[in-house]
Design a protein around this ligand. Sequence first.
Ligand code: 5GP
Length: 190
Amino acid sequence: MKLLEDRIRQDGIIEDGDVLKVDSFLNHQMDVELFARMGEEWARLYQGEDINKILTIEASGIGIACIAAQSFHVPVVFAKKSKSKNIAGDVYTAKVESFTHGKVYDIMVSKRFLRPTDRVLILDDFLANGAALKGLIELVRQAGATVVGAGIAVEKAFQPGGDLIRSMGIRVESLARVKSMSPEQGIEFC
Ligand code: 5GP
């Protein structure tokens, strides 16, 4: 999506350790007009798929998912991150290793909000090693619901997550796919 690629070129900051900082428009300060255009694009790509729920993960996925959901007219559920070891009863849980912090944490969604009949689109800001997305897919599968696909704002295609998730047979639509990036050479898209 050219609009997003142009914005990343303009305002993204490439940091050491393969981290792309986009906090001026994507995951700290948020450009909701841009999110609306992203939502329209995912709605176009997933047209006819009968999506009835959007699933994302706190915190950075929530803003994007809520604005994007206005193009789908469906509810948004976000997986909560939990540090507690014994999460009680009526929740689906999965473990996720954080790309940005390196720690393992549990994610959870109440069983009331994921049902076997649900056709779920998973949305998130970044795809790096694929751990967050894999955890979200696991929650949907525990519920016996269907993962229609994933919508990612920025996929770092030089990291293994995209291949990993696609090899599971999951459709992944990333609006910007970064082929390579470095503070010296700048950024190249696929
Ligand atoms: P993964 O689980 O695919 O390794 O990483 C996905 C999560 O890590 C995203 O939800 C995002 O919050 C964070 N993340 C991964 N790479 C980057 C990055 O380059 N920049 C930022 N800002 N967050 C990232």
